[in-house]
Design a protein around this ligand. Structure first.
Ligand code: A3P
Length: 319
């Protein structure tokens, strides 16, 4: 009487244990599948899609935190393109002329922001317009928009810079079929050795005058001066100084800067897969001929301006 139910009980227990084992192993095998699915979900291919959607959400146009204000023909385009290699820097491609022109300035800050590239919040936007440096109205307008704006000026030996500026004006006039005055005639006043400070290619080289008007609004610590002559032949040390000034890590390296024998200048590449990008023909072109005596007279005329600039910035250049 007693044996039958005991056996029955043992059989039932055995069957239930077996069922439990099957259930447990089924549960674990399901969990493993789930884990494999998760891993598959985050494969490299999917990651780029995720990043794109993050880009879409977080990228927006932001006002610049830094301006390259000049000097015209100082190497401003090359400097901007070199800085754009940095992953934490975004550069406005064209010269916006927001602060120096009343017609653009009157369009307002929202318009100005619209001219900027898309960026993440950790990236710094830079705009360059060399006409800002000699513009009387610009420093105050920039200050009113952002008193903490970082300012970069790239300076070049002023006689060569003046000849470069004149060369640009010369070819622009040639294209417009306008008269083509000789260098010596426009740079000096009526056959004297007095420079014509109203002639723009000369005026743009009077760095001291322009810097003074910026120093009325911004402390010298907020203005970084790049040595344009050094930058042209050996950009990396100058770029290191700019990275420090902008408080970004030193990430631009020599593999992105490629010397182009034919151009006689460095060209830039963002990654090894891309060919280097060189600046256009108007950058680094042959200058109009200028006699050595005219150069010497110009050099002498610039000396007092240079000396006052060196005193102002507490730093000397070789010119
Ligand atoms: P030149 O054409 O007189 O040689 P900007 O961009 O401010 O107009 O300056 C133009 C100058 O940038 C050129 O003047 C050239 O000397 C200088 N420069 C410096 N680095 C350069 C580079 N990597 N490619 C071309 N030009 C460069």
């Amino acid at each position: 009487m007693y044996r039958f139910p005991l056996h029955f009980l043992l059989y039932t227990c055995a069957i239930l244990s077996l069922l439990a084992l099957v259930e447990i192993s089924f549960f674990y095998s399901n969990q493993k599948d789930e884990q494999q699915y998760e891993i598959h979900k985050y494969s490299m291919e999917d990651e780029s899609a995720i990043n794109e959607s993050v880009d879409f959400e977080l990228k927006k146009r932001r006002l610049p935190g830094c301006l390259i204000i000049g000097a015209r023909k100082g190497g401003t385009r090359a400097l901007l393109d070199a800085l754009a290699l940095h992953p934490m820097i975004r550069a406005a491609r064209r010269e916006v002329h927001f602060f120096d022109r009343n017609d653009t300035f009157s369009r307002g800050i929202a318009w100005y922001k619209d001219q900027m590239p898309l960026s993440f919040h950790h990236q710094l936007t830079i705009e360059k317009t060399p006409a800002y440096f000699p513009s009387f109205v610009t420093p105050e307008r920039v200050f009113q928009m952002n008193s903490k704006m970082k300012i970069i000026v790239i300076l070049r030996e002023p006689v060569i810079r003046t000849i470069s500026d004149y060369t640009q004006v010369y070819y622009n006039r040639l294209e417009l079929k306008k008269s083509l005055p000789l260098f010596g005639e426009v740079v000096f006043r009526n056959g004297t050795d007095q420079i014509d400070t109203d002639y723009k290619p000369v005026r743009n080289s009077l760095y001291e005058i322009h810097l003074r008007s910026w120093l009325n609004y911004f402390p010298l610590s907020q203005i970084h001066i790049v040595d344009g002559d050094k930058f042209g032949i050996d950009p990396l040390p100058e770029l290191r100084l700019v990275e420090s000034f902008l408080n970004v890590p030193h990430l631009i390296n020599s593999s992105s800067l490629v010397w182009d024998q034919r151009k006689g200048f460095f060209c830039f590449r963002k990654n090894q897969r891309q060919p280097p990008h060189c600046l256009g023909d108007s950058k680094g072109r042959t200058h109009r001929p200028v006699s050595s005596s005219t150069r010497e007279n110009l050099r002498k005329a610039f000396l007092p301006y240079n000396e006052r600039l060196f005193a102002l910035i507490g730093r000397r250049f070789r010119w």
